[in-house]
Design a protein around this ligand. Structure first.
Ligand code: SF4
Length: 509
């Protein structure tokens, strides 16, 4: 978690950060416009493929098979990279990974490194770690550069500066790069960044990158990107260090057939990716002459051990789930206080950090399921969210001792569980509720409840318990042996279920 309540150094919850984000109307306008555009592009290129659902299923199957045999594939990958002249390092956590990277950079006497956009390096806070050794990491992706110059954090997996518009970027470039004349035309803004970065590409001796896929069979690494900056970083420096989460391995080359169709369509709404770079070890006289691959765990083994949560590791970081999420579209990425925002962040971050540190994130969702519908590898995000919410409740109950056990929500849920387990108790509860609702129910609707139940009715109406329930009606029907007249067409409200409540049921409550 990156942002905190500075006074107490307690990470902000999603709800606290979201409240502040929702007050920023410019941010919401920027986000609304950008996500709508990407959504429309994605929908049109996905519609072109008649076998899209089969491709999704294939992507899911490849990922799940790989995760089932992850240990074998990782060892295979290590051997293949070493055979091709690369070096492999295993990092248990962020501290180990940063120590390895800093060691390699310092060994080559570099004071700067150029970077291909990489969420994994953001996850381990590599830039800050290198900074402590006097090494500056320079972002070369245009959006990442904007974020770095603004001293901000990314708010979208794929479009890190999605919260900024052109006018804001123009002002930023003028202030940070010392430019006096600049328009907000995209081509002019890109040209300024290009001039600045070109000197870095040609002079900095070490590059770091993330990894989109790593082929176990051949030790080949793949990075997909849109601007060509990645190709520069991967080919020009003398030393290349690639940092990958252990879940990024795939068994063989034929798996690209599936992922290189799924990824660009789901992320940028393109049929194919502008730059897809592959490299295998080192080749004399061609590209970097030293290649290091850092295999990062950082909590992933724990995620793998969870039979529901492990599907999170299928993620190919396309960001389609962010672009369709009604919560993300309104709050933006910073509210998630994590390098992984949106629905994927809401399930990945609590699993990597633990629900005790990121327990508010599984609640950053209405569980509408739009993320599941678009996910190219069929991660059932709502299922994982509910699973994590249960963990949050359990954690609260066990960690807070007697206070946790006396938590009103926990007590309420325990009571409800007892009521729903017994038909007799359920009917008694209905009778009690019918009496208890008398001061609040009007025309079959409860618009306001007293505290603490008012949390529910602040945002929505509650349907009152009807005067006659279905069970009452059914019992009466059996006693008198007759079917109410209106039952002939299956409606059956005249003599049966409370007409007011039935009418209310047609309202959107
Ligand atoms: S969870 Fe699915 S939709 Fe979201 S970023 Fe990962 S692969 Fe894409």
């Amino acid at each position: 978690m990156s942002r905190s309540n500075s006074k107490f150094h307690i990470p902000l919850t999603f709800q606290e950060s979201a409240r502040a984000a929702l007050e920023n109307t410019q941010l919401r306008r920027n986000l609304g416009k950008a996500t709508q555009t990407i959504r429309a592009k994605r929908a049109s290129v996905v519609d072109e493929l008649p076998d899209w659902q089969e491709l999704r299923e294939a992507g899911r199957a490849i990922k799940e098979r790989t995760l089932r045999h992850l240990d074998e594939y990782l060892l295979q990958l290590e051997a293949a990279v070493q055979r091709a002249g690369g070096q492999v390092h295993w990092a248990r956590d962020a501290i180990e990974a940063n120590r390895i990277v800093a060691g390699i950079v310092l060994e080559h006497g570099a004071s700067e490194v150029i970077k291909v956009k990489s969420l994994t390096t953001d996850e381990i806070r590599m830039n800050e770690a290198l900074g402590q050794h006097g090494v500056t990491a320079i972002e070369t992706d245009l959006a990442e550069l904007i974020i770095q110059l603004a001293h901000e954090e990314s708010s979208h997996i794929l479009v890190p500066a999605i919260h900024k518009n052109r006018a804001e970027i123009r002002t930023l470039f003028m202030h940070t790069l010392g430019i006096s004349e600049l328009s907000d035309e995209p081509a002019e803004l890109a040209a300024v960044a290009r001039r600045y970065l070109r000197t870095k590409f040609l002079s900095v001796p070490v590059a770091t990158s993330g990894v989109n896929f790593a082929v176990a069979a051949t030790g080949t690494i793949a990075v997909v990107e849109s601007e060509g900056n990645g190709r520069m970083c991967l080919t020009l420096p003398e030393v290349l260090i690639s940092i990958m989460g252990i879940e990024k391995v795939i068994p063989g080359w034929q798996d690209f057939e599936v992922f290189l169709q799924l990824l660009p369509r789901s992320s940028t709404g393109e049929r194919m990716n502008p730059y897809t770079s592959f490299w295998t070890g080192v080749h004399p006289g061609d590209g970097p002459q030293a290649f290091h691959l850092v295999l990062l765990d950082n909590g992933r083994s724990r995620v793998l051990a969870d039979h529901i949560g492990r599907q999170t590791l299928n993620c190919i970081r396309c960001s389609a789930c962010l672009n369709v999420c009604p919560v993300y579209e309104r709050t933006g990425g910073h509210a998630y206080n994590s390098v992984y925002p949106g629905p994927i962040g809401a399930i990945l971050t609590p699993q990597l950090l633990g629900v005790e540190r990121a327990g508010s994130l599984p609640y950053a969702s209405s569980l509408c399921g739009a993320c599941y519908d678009v996910c190219p590898v069929k991660i059932n995000i709502p299922e994982v969210l509910v699973h994590l919410r249960a963990q949050v409740v359990r954690h609260k109950q066990t960690s807070e001792g007697i206070k946790g056990k006396l938590d009103p929500e926990a007590i309420g849920m325990r009571l409800l569980a007892r009521v729903f387990r017994s038909p007799e108790r359920y009917e008694q509860a209905q009778k009690l509720a019918r009496l208890g609702q008398i001061p609040f129910a009007r025309r079959g609707i409860i618009e306001r409840l007293p505290p603490p139940l008012n949390v529910w009715t602040t945002m929505r109406d509650l349907q009152a318990v009807p005067r006659q329930t279905f069970r009452d009606w059914w019992r009466k029907r059996r006693v008198f042996g007759s079917v109410p007249k209106a039952d002939a067409d299956g409606v059956g409200d005249a003599d049966g279920v409370d007409a007011e409540a039935a009418a209310a049921g047609r309202r959107n409550v």
